[in-house]
Design a binder for this molecule. Sequence first.
Ligand code: ZN
Length: 203
Amino acid sequence: MKIIAIGRNYINHAKELNNPVPEKPVFFMKPETAIIRNNKPFFYPDFSENIHYETEIVIKIDKLGKHIAEKFAHRYYREIGIGIDFTARDLQQKAKEKGLPWEIAKAFDGSAPLSEFVSVNNFKDINNLNFSLKINNKTVQNGTTSDMIFSFDKIIAYVSQFVTLKIGDLIFTGTPAGVGPVNINDRLEAFIENEKMLDFLIK
Ligand code: ZN
């Protein structure tokens, strides 16, 4: 399986990092070794001094597809979850300045803590879904999928022009504004609507 992640999919987040609002989705990948499950802790890596959280709705592909039309894209996933796209912001900034790829800042081990997945039928409208992150019991990110520049279906249509989507692949769909650093001993709790989906520590 593979993890595809979308950058700059919320206007307010693109602006907070001084990035232009994209005309097409920006995507990058993380390897399977990035995943942390079952609320296991995230170990702060020694190669960075500025690890940021990015809270994102994650869709799980459950059907093989390539060149998927946007109008059929909803048939390719039935479950969503929430994840953190941990980013070594210091390394990413250097990569951006030099025009280098982002993997060093985005694809490292443990950079993708993931919740369990739940049926899209649990929600009235997945295109108007609230999600949030608390750190040490204080809300630091609060977003709604209605603010996405590119909807889930648009993302699937776009990405599948380049990359075949396979059963079990995951797509991180971008983060709203409010990203910031984590510190050792922080407790992170992520919610979809009012349901706590993730609860883990930084060690
Ligand atoms: Zn992200």
